[in-house]
Design a protein around this ligand. Structure first.
Ligand code: DAH
Length: 347
């Protein structure tokens, strides 16, 4: 091997590398040169017969190094090209239209509660919560309904133990709230909450919702029946129509004296008479009354000093009236075809 010959081989190698365009070709060429029977491998073997072994060895090494250098260079280049191609083919096309996200709507009962809360907060009431698993004491006894009281029959209850039950009325929170005060102080609260009874038909569900209202103040401040009437009038007009009237009918609840059922002008026929109001022109919406002295006394408020009113409509009923929903069960079935009909805009 002469210097001249080595130069020629190297030029040939350079030219060949220029033509190589992918990694497979590159690998094939490596086998062709450095494999068991590769050309450079054979040149290396030729050292045995060389006259000037030192010079021969140097020249073969030069050829080999030249090959390796170009090989590394090409390898790097091709790998970069390959990576670029891969990235290009896997690129996410963010210009594609996205999948449509379905926007949910608030449940009609949520819309009702929110509206009622807004109204009462604007009148200076606090919104208060209480436990759904209640004791007999707070659900009944502290509301002037002792153990053997016949009015307990009006509320078919779910007892968990002898003295624990799913509360049948949010009125329980009246007692809880009064009792929570270390010293009597004026109260103005609403209590929206779930309540439970053993009822199940088109107008009664075993779980339903009530919004208790309680206002108590010193007698000298004259919280009267007129205030109760005014409050319920605003309530009815805000929720069901601003041209409506209300009327009080005497009724009985153990925790109020006097007690009333409160009717609202039929919002469908405006008092003329229709199938909804059964031709009476009125629809019963509220139960209410002046807080019974026994309830005040049993919960730490002296009835000689303090007085006030309470009311307790069902929010399911108000929601059904507001949106014309014919069956209470629709509201608990979570059918999206039903729920989609309620949007914030028709609130
Ligand atoms: N808690 C009663 C019920 O569920 C409704 C009620 C009546 C609540 C009169 C009151 C009230 O606050 O004053 O039947």
């Amino acid at each position: 091997m002469t210097e001249e010959k080595a130069k020629l081989i190297m030029e040939e190698i350079s030219k060949r590398f220029e033509k190589i365009n992918d990694l497979k070709e590159l690998n094939d060429y490596k086998v062709e040169q450095l494999g068991k029977k590769g050309k450079i491998t054979e040149l290396q073997a030729g050292i045995r017969d060389a006259v000037n072994k030192k010079e021969y060895g140097m020249l073969v090494n030069k050829v080999k190094n030249h090959f390796n250098e170009l090989y590394e260079e090409k390898m790097k280049l091709l790998e970069e090209v390959e990576l670029k191609k891969k990235l290009e083919s896997e690129k996410i096309d963010i210009t594609l239209p996205s999948k449509k996200i379905r926007r949910g709507t608030k449940h009609p009962m949520t819309l009702t509660i929110e509206k009622i809360e807004d109204l009462f907060v604007s009148m200076g009431y606090d919104v208060v919560d209480g436990p759904e698993l209640e004791t007999d004491e707070y659900c009944f006894e502290r509301l002037n309904l002792p153990k053997d009281h016949p009015a307990r029959d009006m509320q078919d209850s779910f007892y968990i133990t002898e003295d624990k039950l799913l509360r049948t009325q949010t009125s329980a929170v009246q007692a809880r709230y009064m009792k929570s005060k270390s010293e009597p102080e004026p109260i103005r609260i609403i209590v929206p909450g779930k309540t439970y009874r053993r009822d199940d038909d088109a107008t009664h569900a075993p779980q339903f919702g009530q919004i208790e209202g309680l206002v108590i103040d010193k007698k000298e401040n004259n919280v009267s029946l007129a205030d109760l009437k005014g409050t319920l009038e605003i309530f009815a007009r805000t929720m069901l129509g601003d041209d409506l009237d209300i009327r009080f009918r005497p009724s009985y609840f153990p925790f109020t004296e006097p007690s009333y059922e409160v009717d609202v002008t039929c919002f469908k026929c405006h008092g003329k008479g229709c199938n909804l109001c059964k031709d009476t022109g009125w629809i019963e919406v509220f139960a209410a009354g002046m807080v019974h002295p026994n309830v005040l006394r049993d919960n730490g408020y002296d009835p000689e000093v303090w007085g006030g009113f309470a009311f307790g409509p069902g929010w399911d009923r108000i929601t059904m009236f507001k949106y014309g929903i014919p069956d209470i069960r629709l509201m608990y079935q979570n059918d999206v075809r039903f729920l989609n009909q309620f949007d914030r805009k028709d609130d």
